[in-house]
Design a protein around this ligand. Sequence first.
Ligand SMILES: Nc1ncnc2c1ncn2[C@@H]1O[C@H](COP(=O)(O)OP(=O)(O)OP(=O)(O)O)[C@@H](O)[C@H]1O
Ligand SMILES: [Mg+2]
Length: 443
Amino acid sequence: MENSTVLIVDDNIANLGVLSDTLDQAGLEVWVAQSGKVALERVKYALPNLILLDVMMPEIDGFETCRQLKANPLTKDIPIIFMTALSDIANKVEGFKLGAVDYITKPFQQEEVLARIKLHLKLYELNSKLEEKNALLEQKVTEVTQAYTDLQQMQAQLIQGEKMSSLGQMVAGIAHEINNPINFIYGNLTYAKDYIQNILELLEMYQEDYPKPTPRIQAELEDIELDFIKDDLLKLLNSANTGTQRIHEIVKSMRIFSRVDEAAVKAVNIHEGIDSTLTILHHRLKARPEHPGIEVIREYGQLPPIECYAGQLNQVFMNILSNAIDALDEYHQQCCFSGKINRSGKIYISTEIIRDNWIKIRIMDNGLGIKEEVKSKLFEPFFTTKPVGKGTGLGLSISYQIVVEKHGGKLHCQSVPEKGTEFIIEIPIHQQLEEAMPAHCVA
Ligand SMILES: Nc1ncnc2c1ncn2[C@@H]1O[C@H](COP(=O)(O)OP(=O)(O)OP(=O)(O)O)[C@@H](O)[C@H]1O
Ligand SMILES: [Mg+2]
């Protein structure tokens, strides 16, 4: 406070003299101005710590001077104390309205003037320090918030990464385990069919050459219903064949789906990825006693192989399709609960080429839709409307990272509450060079 500067603005030379002597003796640096105009000029060169401003002055009066000082961002924070000979309340009120911090009335009581000036200098100093601290604090808060967001994202990536890679590994593991026995059954079924065919033919030959069986054989023939067996055995083998073929396809899908370890960009058939995901989700799509089936309608366009991280894009399909199934399940439950008519659940998937070298994948469901207040939070990590233990709230935030950050694509959502939801994925057919990708993305 010792080095503080006070600018006194007064047209009365006697007043100026008295005041500046008093302040000078108190160890303050004093500048003087004999008019509002001079004061306004003066502050352009250097800023005082406080201004004592006379109200009644010719030309620009104290109020106008104050108005102009407050209008200037450089001078607006300097505390202003009005000096007035009037004990007029209106004048004082006007001064405060304009942003003055105090007023003193003439004739001056030296002690009082000094005490007030010192008080306001101190207040101003403390206030500036506080502002500095506040700014620092705000900066720290921003830093901490940023760090927190980063941390949250990292946690989200880690958890989802782990979840998906363990799902992928599990799927890959199961596929591997099933593959051997199924190949074994599948391969042997052909032989079994041949052998059985041969045996049946041989049996027929016997019957032709020995048309009269012994009573023992006749009894056995009737007991085992040979004609039925002959007819049914082949059907049975055929359906076993279809079954193993189906398992074979599932295993193939599981392998396509679990391309989690393929770190590099590869050109792949996107439709295979979607289909393999649908196969993995088959158990949730088909009709069950407590639950009607969900119809999947596919409208695939002609797409070239798409350069992408295939395993990761499959995770995106998995997340969006699982959400659609969840939304349809929830809609169904709500309808059952309230006795409303239930429309049958549908998921519509389409693909097409759009503008130069981009593709668009739309995944639409006619489930319960997304409420307005939820829409803005969809892609936030850990945001979920599902009960604890059911949803982690990571599916969409990770999908967003995979599509937008990893593939330089776009991911939007459109939804009409009660009607359904559509997710739109757009990605380029060719990927940029590796360096262009953000390095921090975790698979
Ligand atoms: N197709 C959809 N229909 C209705 N709501 C949806 C749909 N897709 C997402 N949502 C809403 O978005 C929220 C966030 O989805 P997200 O996939 O990120 O997390 P989650 O499904 O809740 O949990 P997680 O996928 O981690 O198991 C969901 O809880 C749900 O409220
Ligand atoms: Mg989800």
